[in-house]
Design a protein around this ligand. Structure first.
Ligand code: GDP
Ligand code: IMO
Ligand code: MG
Length: 421
């Protein structure tokens, strides 16, 4: 069976969760491979809103088994709350959720460290979910792993090791092993039924021909290496992150890259096509652009096709999914970023100062007035909306495969390419 990925192509919040939810009706396995509670994936199963942070969105489909693979970072306290919420909504998880024993654990110390960094002058505008410090500890080889939560001695050793290294950064606010040990062990006891070797489960699933969907969190421009470093998250959000994050060499047949019909960003960092005028505010209000995890207003702007084209090339995107096309209705003329003044390279600058100085070059396209939120086929879209999609597709060089015109499950439809005519 072919494997599929849903990945964000911008700075997150592209509508990945909603699309994963739509596709998971036909999936056997849904796999999160990076990130943690920084994600906020909004879905409306049976019309009622739920926001998932750690859990793969496939939990909302009873026929789907969900893997939280080893590339993830997990805050056990928050994860347990999420499990309780999803189960209370009528989606039992026993036997349908498997958490990697090798995934990294976010402890209260990581939350404090994230807070300390963010209180400083060079803040990134993180979600304060402890993501950066947890990944940093993993790579510094002082991390706590899910397996440690199941064994008091292993956990004590792991916490002691981490505190010894981090204490110099934390001073008086450094936690003690004893303050963290008991609650973490208790959380481990509750999570134990879900803990497994997820790489093996995935390998078996693929071998048996199961239908697998990889659910990306964050977006390509937040990738820890390829994104707008240092204003990025701390994981690999591109398709290349899937094998390492799952602990299994594999190829993904269908890489669906998700982009809004415009663009948003939360937190600090450059955003060349940002709109700081009333059109930006209009996009924010019409699109409901407020963070699903932190509630922060999202910065809004036009779609940046130059960046999208580059990202699609390096992430092997096979199809584009365009979301929130409905939000552009009634905007008058629309702009799309097609390059930057004086920038003649095919890629994006690695250096943040140069990136921050980019001034977009726009192409203006006619908009449409009609409310399109009830449209369910590409051919039914207004002529100018079809032309807008065609321009996006031709510029980026990747066919459009999905169009979304509303937050509900059913408000997305497949298309083989941008509609003609
Ligand atoms: P994710 O992090 O990529 O899963 O996206 P978020 O859930 O953070 O943000 C996307 C927001 O847009 C959510 O509130 C969704 O309910 C909403 N949404 C998704 N697709 C559409 C769409 O096509 N149209 C509209 N109007 N809203 C959408
Ligand atoms: P989903 O999966 C949007 C941003 C933060 C900050 C930077 C680093 O819902 O698309 P972190 O807490 O990861 O250390 O923060 O990354 N960020 C997101 N922005 N959507 C997300 O997730 C994000 N996850 C992190 O705002 O700029
Ligand atoms: Mg989100």
């Amino acid at each position: 069976m072919p494997t599929t990925a849903i990945l964000g192509l911008q700075w997150g919040d592209e509508g990945k969760g909603k699309l994963v939810d739509s596709l998971c009706a036909d999936m056997d396995l849904c796999v999160r491979f990076q990130g943690g509670g920084n994600a906020g994936h909004t879905v409306y199963p049976e019309g009622k809103k739920i926001v998932l942070h750690h859990l793969p969105t496939g939990v909302l489909h009873k026929g789907c088994v969900n893997l939280m693979a080893q590339g993830m970072v997990i805050d056990p306290a928050r994860l347990l709350d999420e499990i309780a919420e999803v189960e209370a909504r009528g989606y039992p998880l026993k036997g349908r959720l498997q958490i990697s024993d090798r995934a990294a654990v976010t402890t209260p110390m990581h939350l404090s460290l994230d807070g300390l960094r963010e209180a400083g002058a060079d803040k990134v505008g993180t979600t304060k979910r402890g993501i950066g410090p947890t990944y940093a500890d993993r790579y510094d080889r002082i991390g706590v792993r899910v397996a440690d939560l199941l064994d008091a001695k292993a956990l004590r050793d792991a916490l002691s090791r981490a505190i010894a290294v981090r204490a110099c950064q934390m001073g008086d606010s450094a936690p003690t092993v004893d303050s963290m040990l008991k609650p973490l062990l208790e959380q481990g006891r509750k999570l134990a039924p879900y803990v497994a070797d997820t790489a093996l489960i995935l390998a078996e699933g693929i071998q048996e021909g199961r239908r697998v969907l990889f659910e990306g969190a964050q977006g390509a421009m937040l990738d820890v290496i390829q994104g707008t470093y240092p204003f990025v998250t701390s994981s690999h959000t591109l398709a290349g992150g899937i094998p390492a994050g799952c602990g299994l060499y594999l190829t993904v047949d269908d890489i669906i890259g998700v982009t809004k019909a415009y663009c948003t960003r939360v937190g600090e960092g450059p955003f060349p096509t940002e709109l700081l005028d009333k059109s930006g505010e209009e996009l924010r209000q019409k699109g409901g652009e407020f963070g699903a995890t932190t509630g922060r207003p999202r910065r809004c702007g036009w779609i940046d096709l130059f960046a999208l084209r580059y990202i699609c090339r390096i992430s092997g995107v096979t199809r584009l999914a365009i979301t929130k096309l409905d939000v552009l209705s009634g905007f008058g003329d629309l702009k799309v970023g097609v390059g930057y003044e004086g920038w003649n390279e095919p890629g994006l600058p690695a250096d943040i100062a140069r990136f921050s100085a980019l001034k977009p070059v726009y192409k203006t396209l006619p908009g449409w007035k009609d409310n399109i939120s009830q449209v369910r086929a590409a051919g039914e879209l207004p002529k100018t909306a079809r032309a807008y999609l065609r321009f996006v597709e031709e510029f980026v060089g990747v066919p459009i495969g999905i169009i979304s015109v509303g937050p509900e499950r059913e408000a997305a439809f497949f298309t083989s390419g941008a509609p003609r005519g």
